[in-house]
Design a protein around this ligand. Structure first.
Ligand SMILES: Nc1ncnc2c1ncn2[C@@H]1O[C@H](COP(=O)(O)OP(=O)(O)OP(=O)(O)O)[C@@H](O)[C@H]1O
Length: 607
């Protein structure tokens, strides 16, 4: 039976990656790079000068032929060290600066790209992984770029100059010494491939780690409530151990050259000393030449070691760059069409014409939906769980684009107007309130940062939030915690409503979450919502009977289709699906939220 060859993951070759990094991000700083390169050349040249000046030191001074040369030698050595010091400092500072600029540009570009990416794409990746790419991957690119820019050129040039000195002193010995190069290059190239693969896996594991941490800290309440601490500890321990193993492996791979390099170099060094010593003893060359040669040989060791270490860092950075570029290379599909205009319509009626939509995994969510939301009116969507209500809502601000048919706003296809003007016309209040760890004031003003304190307070008053806000420890300046964790459910809802009030958009999308609130909170939120709806074209996913009774029109959705529509009374008279829901509710807790549960054959009321 033939054995299947082990598939290795494909990687972009080193050169295209380096070219992309350098071409796109280094070009603006070419002047700084050139200046730093000149300094690096001076620095490298001074090492060679040192090695070269050993010849007259040995042959002229130590042999007693020209003792006066000692002073000149001392001055040259001192000046060389001063030049090395300053050129080393300034080139390092310049190159580091360029490296940091490159990375800041990459970080900004990646964030700008991700924040504009399609929602479907963002939802397909764990948020921890995105954070990890922005922090860990970009940081690896930062380290690699700074290191490579600062040390690569310098080490390579120093090596070249020193090899030059070796050839100048004894071309035969130099050639023998260089026999080590093809071996080392071969092993280095074998090592780099392995190293890149391990580095890629390490970065991926870091992403998984970040993702797991984000989820467990965000869901800390549930971890505790379900007693899952030990389970989560075990999961984190597994990833931490995986990371340890991967890092160890990477270290082992990168260090594998050390013994081989040392042994090869040792062999050559012994050969150089023996052959060189015999040549000098036989009078074919001088002691100075031999000392200068071995000096250059030994000095060349340091940049050689640094280059092989840099190779490790370079591969780790390139693995990260590959991951960053993979994110950057996924273009958003929900973008402004060429020639898209600003939304400028007199009325904001919404119309769905035979809209079809499937999610990326193929789930058909909407299967020919036609519905109308007249300008300034409220339309409620009712239906069992998974019937497609949220999907309908998500199509209006173009979180997703329709797969067939069209959605129009004020008679204009929403794909023909700019995304910014479309979204500026829409206010959204949903079950996830979208509160950030900012002050109450900052959260209300999110979406209209230029709002005055008076406007913010007026919005809070209209949302029945002003009084409770004043009762918070620092009033409007109280921080609400991540997802508004320091507030009650009703308070979070009212801040979200105040935010929509302040935005004052003509179209309002509501995904009611009042079913989770107690009756007092619910009344306050309902009142606030009613005020918010006034004069706006509103689409509401209804969970409460009161909303449905008030709605100008109700659409009953089932299996991604509209199965009934009309006013509350009309639908009751129709005695169809809606009347059935209503009857079930009337016997229950009076909330359409229970429709979801009941429709799925559950009898217990939700909330
Ligand atoms: N991101 C997604 N990827 C794949 N399928 C999805 C996604 N979101 C929703 N669906 C599927 O699309 C269908 C419609 O979902 P939708 O969220 O629109 O229903 P809903 O009526 O709002 O339900 P609920 O009242 O429970 O919120 C369901 O079958 C659901 O499983």
């Amino acid at each position: 039976m033939s054995k299947k060859p082990k598939q290795k993951p494909q990687h972009t070759a080193t050169l295209p990656l380096v070219r992309r990094l350098a071409g796109n991000y280094l070009r603006p700083y070419i002047g700084m790079v050139l200046l730093a390169s000149i300094l690096i050349a001076i620095n490298a040249g001074s090492s060679a000068v040192l090695a070269q000046k050993l010849v007259p030191l040995i042959d002229e001074v130590l042999s007693g032929k020209n003792p006066g040369y000692l002073r000149t030698f001392a001055i040259i050595v001192f000046i060389t060290f001063v030049v090395r010091g300053f050129s080393g400092y300034f080139s390092a500072v310049l190159m580091n600066n360029v490296g940091q600029r490159l990375v800041a540009a990459l970080q900004k570009q990646l964030y700008n790209h991700l924040i504009k990416a399609d929602l479907a794409y963002l939802h397909s990746l764990p948020s921890g992984q995105l954070v990890s790419s922005l922090v860990n991957d970009v940081n690896q690119v930062r380290q690699g770029t700074a290191e490579v820019l600062t040390n690569y050129g310098q080490s390579a040039l120093t090596l070249i100059f020193l090899v030059g000195v070796m050839f100048q002193q004894d071309w035969l010995l130099a050639t023998i010494s260089l026999t080590v190069v093809p071996f080392t290059t071969l092993m280095l190239s074998r090592m780099t491939g392995r190293l890149r693969r391990v580095a890629g896996r390490t970065q991926a594991a870091l992403g998984t780690f970040a993702s797991l941490l984000t989820q467990t800290f965000q869901g800390a309440r549930h971890v505790k409530a379900y007693g899952m601490e030990a389970y989560e500890q075990a999961r984190v321990a597994t990833i931490a151990d995986d990371l340890r193993k991967l890092t160890n492996k990477s270290f082992r791979v990168s260090s594998s050259l050390i013994p081989i390099n040392e042994i090869l170099s040792g062999l050559i060094f012994v050969g150089v000393i023996v052959y060189g010593g015999l040549e000098a003893a036989a009078g074919h060359s001088t002691a100075g030449t031999l000392t200068s040669f071995t000096g250059a040989f030994l000095l060349a060791f340091e940049p050689l070691k640094r280059l092989s270490k840099l190779q490790t860092q370079l591969q780790v950075s390139l693995a990260s760059a590959e991951r960053v570029f993979a994110l950057l290379d996924t273009p958003p599909t929900i973008v402004d069409r060429p020639g898209a205009t600003e939304l400028a319509v007199a009325s904001h009626g919404i119309h769905f014409q035979d809209v079809r939509f499937s999610y990326q995994d193929g789930t058909v969510a909407l299967d020919g939906v036609t519905l109308d939301v007249p300008a300034g009116k409220t339309v409620a969507l009712v239906g069992s769980s998974g019937s497609g209500k949220t999907t309908i809502l998500n199509l209006i601000p173009r979180f997703y684009d329709v797969g067939g048919g069209a959605v129009t706003l004020g008679g204009v296809d929403i794909r023909d107007v700019t995304l910014s003007s479309l979204r500026a016309a829409i206010g959204l209040v949903s079950q996830e309130t979208g509160l950030f760890d900012d002050t109450v004031r900052g959260n209300i003003a999110y979406g209209r940062l230029a709002a005055t304190d008076e406007e913010i307070e007026a919005a809070a008053k209209a949302a029945a939030a002003h009084d409770f806000i004043l009762g918070l420890p620092q009033g409007y300046d109280t921080r609400v915690g991540e997802n508004g964790v320091k507030l009650s459910g009703g308070q979070r809802q009212r801040i979200a409503i105040a935010r929509a009030m302040l935005k004052n958009a003509p179209v309002l999308l509501l995904d009611e979450a009042t079913s989770a609130l107690d009756s007092e909170s619910e009344r306050l939120v309902q009142d606030a919502l009613r005020r918010l709806q006034q004069g706006r074209t509103t689409v509401v996913i209804a969970h409460r009977l009161s909303t449905i009774v008030d709605a100008d029109r109700i659409y009953v959705i089932d299996g991604g289709r509209v199965v009934e529509s009309g006013t509350h009374d009309e639908l009751l008279a129709l005695d169809g699906a809606y009347a059935h829901f209503h009857a079930l509710q009337a016997g229950g807790h009076g909330a359409v939220a229970e429709v979801d549960a009941v429709a799925q054959g559950q009898t217990a009321a939700v909330g």
